[in-house]
Ligand binder design. Structure first.
Ligand code: NAP
Length: 296
């Protein structure tokens, strides 16, 4: 593990996130070189002490560690394929959001080109980078992670998920799925209360308190799901079905589409139809056809 603030870092891609990453490396004392396809996004970083270069090739040559934060998997190849030879032997961390299959493809590409490769998922917004609450998930080369962990901690808490480069991305997207579906649930509720003139902002305040109070119960729900034993019943599926039927009916009355709530009720209905109505509501998970459990 290196603790040297002299580790030189290159950031490829100066979108909102790339700029935040580069600023955090500079703030942590790492000599930082930046490059972006379009000019004009580096002024603030140069003022802070970063070095801006005109080509990706110059950027790659400049540093001990190369960090890419581009738009998507395709743009990563567009930028890195022409400089693959220069990257050989030089540690590369991809912080562009790519699907697990994309991360694995990049790992294979990197191995073929002799590039030590780590893929990462950023659980933060640009404003959070380098501050408490910022977390980054990594998988791929443990050598790269161990050697540069302190440097990567400049961005946020760094956690390693194993040698398979797709694992961090899988966890990243799983967390994002929870986020998007939760927000969609909020949209649905906000659409319902519009009927009585409640603003989405006011409803947002109420929803934030309500959801925050419930979220700590997730690990206990997970413990039930992990065992596959739903006989400890806090709230049976039949109770949840009654609630969801009422929500569906109230939504119809309020003229709100059922695109969000309808599929949630379907998950419950399928378990009841299979004869599990008296079991715990967490059993709705089984409707998602998860793969067999891995013995722990
Ligand atoms: N923003 C967030 O809250 C957030 C959070 C977590 C993860 N991420 C991930 O971080 C990555 C970057 O996000 P961002 O917010 O910085 O996006 P962004 O503001 O849209 O920036 C995209 C960057 O990619 C570059 N780019 C796009 N296509 C390119 C190509 N074909 N060749 C070379 N460069 C190309 C852009 O360069 P130009 O300036 O030349 O267009 C720009 O530097 C994404 O994968 C995103 O999912 C973002």
């Amino acid at each position: 593990m290196t603790s040297s603030t002299q580790t030189t870092v290159t950031v490829l891609g100066l979108g909102a996130m790339g700029r935040a990453l580069a600023a955090a490396f500079v703030a942590a004392g790492h000599p930082t070189t930046v490059w972006n396809r379009s000019p004009g996004k580096d002024a603030d970083l140069i003022a802070r002490g970063a070095t801006s270069v005109a080509t990706a090739a110059e950027a790659v040559r400049a540093s001990d560690l190369v960090v890419g934060c581009l738009f998507d998997h395709g743009s990563v190849h567009e930028v890195l394929d022409p400089v693959a030879g220069l990257l050989a032997g030089r540690p590369l961390v991809n912080l562009t959001s790519t699907e697990p299959a994309g991360a694995r493809e990049l790992a294979t590409w990197a191995a073929a080109n002799g590039i030590p490769f780590l893929d990462g998922g950023i659980m933060a917004t640009p404003e959070m980078i380098g501050r408490p609450g910022s977390a980054l998930l990594y998988s791929g080369s443990s050598d790269v992670f161990d050697t540069f962990r302190d440097v990567l901690e400049s961005l946020g808490t760094a956690e390693y998920f194993g040698a398979d480069a797709g694992r961090a991305s899988l966890v990243d997207f799983a967390l994002l799925s929870g986020m998007y579906v939760m927000f969609a649930g909020y949209y649905h509720g906000a659409a319902m209360v519009r009927e009585i003139g409640m603003s989405a902002e006011e409803f947002g305040n109420r929803a934030a308190s309500w959801l925050a109070a419930l979220l700590p119960s997730l690990p206990a729900a997970g413990a039930q799901i992990d065992t596959g034993d739903y006989s400890q019943v806090l709230q049976p599926l039949t109770f949840t079905k009654a609630a969801l039927d009422a929500i569906v009916s109230a939504s119809r009355d309020a003229g709100v589409d059922l695109d969000i709530v309808g599929p949630v009720r379907d998950l419950v209905d399928r378990q009841i139809a299979a004869g599990y109505g008296a079991q715990s509501s967490e059993r709705a998970f089984e409707s998602l056809n998860p793969r067999p459990r891995i013995a722990s």
